[in-house]
Ligand binder design. Structure first.
Ligand code: PLP
Length: 456
């Protein structure tokens, strides 16, 4: 077993320290770890992860957070400010996504939280005789599969064209039945940064009488500004007939802290369907709007502060820089005949190759400090452009490093790359043996995240 992180520098606590450690020592330790870890993305050579990357903005949000960190957002009698923050966050989001006056929303804990609440609301709101199901493009986030797993809903995964990433609409329509509660589209998806045909999905949803959830967790707080700047972003929000719910993460391109997202409903009755109430509990009458119980008011305050301080002009300014940088980085990919962008991506792109191994490209890029995510079916590399890449010199470094990486891949053709997505897979599935090996590896990895440090 490897040593727990930082065991070489700081004491390892296997039990509560006998005497409390002085605050200045604790803060010095925390500062040291934070500085080291920030250095990993401050270079800009990192896909996604840090959407704002501006320490001044973080300081401002920390101040807002600190004022309400200790407040419990479940107890609105003691913190009416939470109602102001949550209501205004929802309202600003509904306005951005062109919702009508009757539309409502929730602030959840993140993209997975919003998708979980959306699936819950569809399950509770619909009247189906059998086991409810949803139909999602294969490219939609695993959070849908997870939500369905947790909520006993069947998920039907529609195939996409591997070249364009566009979902097979006939497959979607053909797999809707009397137990289908919703279909899904992404704007944009995590893997390719491409936008599903939301207008067409809306038509299918209306014709078949099912809901349509648009997952704008990733793109929701940047695509509307890209559209205003003239980039080709088709309407994906409540302007599209048939769209019933939209998820959009404030903790990604909303530039808030991790821990918040918005989930928006065209119809208030659907939001009500997932309220929880227990009226005859000995502890009192209990009600909560969603899955969480107590929540920190600090996250609501910080998210609200981020949104109000940036305003439309701030979001637009950031979006311009990100889209311009993404165009430049995509052009660098397209300038290599051996590399191919997948589909028509936006601020996030993925590239593959028909004749070199993109994992060799990744191996080399790692030596230059880049951290990209690997994909499968086909093997590809994914780059989600955020503010750290807009800083001077980063796009130039990308152009130079990518050219060297392609040359490296050409020179190492036939050798096994060090990086990879998953080996042993076949398009569309894995053998049971390989699946078992991968799952065992993942279990070890997840166990490790909360592993008790070894004794001694
Ligand atoms: C399109 C999309 N949906 C949902 C999620 C899940 O969001 P989270 O990790 O905040 O739960 C992500 C995360 O990257 C995403 O890209």
């Amino acid at each position: 077993m490897s040593d727990p992180p930082y065991a070489d520098r700081f004491p390892v606590h296997r039990a509560l320290p006998e005497r409390g450690v002085p605050r200045d020592e604790i803060l010095a330790e925390l500062r040291s770890m934070a500085e080291d870890e920030d250095a990993l993305w401050e270079s800009g050579k990192c896909s996604g992860t840090m959407y704002c990357g501006d320490h001044d903005h973080y300081r401002f949000m920390n101040e807002a957070f600190g004022l309400f960190a200790h407040a419990n957002a479940l107890q609105r009698d003691m913190c009416p400010s939470a109602t102001k923050f949550e209501g205004e966050i929802v309202s600003m989001a509904l306005d951005l996504f062109h919702a009508g006056d009757d539309a409502v929303g929730l602030v959840t804990t993140g993209g997975t939280g919003s998708i979980l609440h959306a699936v819950l609301s569809y399950r509770e709101h619909a009247t189906v005789a059998g086991r409810p199901n949803i139909v999602k493009p294969e490219t939609a986030h695993p959070a849908f599969d997870k939500a369905c797993h947790l909520l006993g809903v069947e998920v039907r995964r529609a195939p996409v064209d591997p070249l364009t990433t566009q979902v097979d609409l006939d497959w979607v329509a053909g797999h809707i039945d009397g137990d289908t509660v919703a279909i899904v589209g992404s704007a944009c998806n995590y893997g390719y940064g491409t936008i599903d045909p939301i207008a067409e999905l809306g038509t299918v949803a209306l014709e078949r009488g099912v809901g349509l959830h648009v997952d704008a967790c990733l793109g929701g707080w940047i695509l509307p500004f890209g559209e205003q700047l003239g980039y080709p972003v088709p309407a994906f929000d409540f302007r599209v007939p048939g769209v019933t719910t939209v998820s959009a993460d404030t903790h990604k391109y909303g530039y808030a802290f991790k821990g918040t997202s918005t989930l928006l409903f065209r119809d208030a009755a659907q939001r009500r369907a997932q309220y929880f109430m227990l009226t005859d509990w000995s502890g009192g009458k209990y009600a909560s709007p969603g899955i969480e119980g107590s929540r920190s008011g600090g996250l609501l305050a910080a998210t609200w502060a981020a949104m109000v301080s940036l305003g439309r002009d701030g979001y637009s300014r950031y979006a311009r820089a990100i889209f311009e940088t993404a165009e430049r980085m995509k052009n660098a990919v397209s300038s290599h005949p051996r590399l191919r962008l997948v589909g028509q991506p936006t601020f996030l792109f993925s590239f593959t190759s028909d004749d070199i191994d993109v994992y060799h490209v990744n191996d080399f890029l790692r030596t230059r400090g880049w951290r990209l995510n690997g994909q499968q079916y086909p093997d590809a590399l994914h780059m989600c452009v955020t503010r750290p890449q807009t800083h001077p010199g980063v796009a130039e470094a990308w152009e130079a490093d990518l050219a060297d990486a392609v040359a490296y891949a050409e020179q190492h053709a036939g050798e096994a790359p060090a990086s990879g997505a998953v080996y042993g897979g076949v398009p569309g599935g894995l053998t049971a043996e390989v699946d078992a090996v991968i799952r065992a590896f993942m279990v070890d990895y997840l166990d490790g995240q909360s592993a008790r440090p070894p004794a001694g």
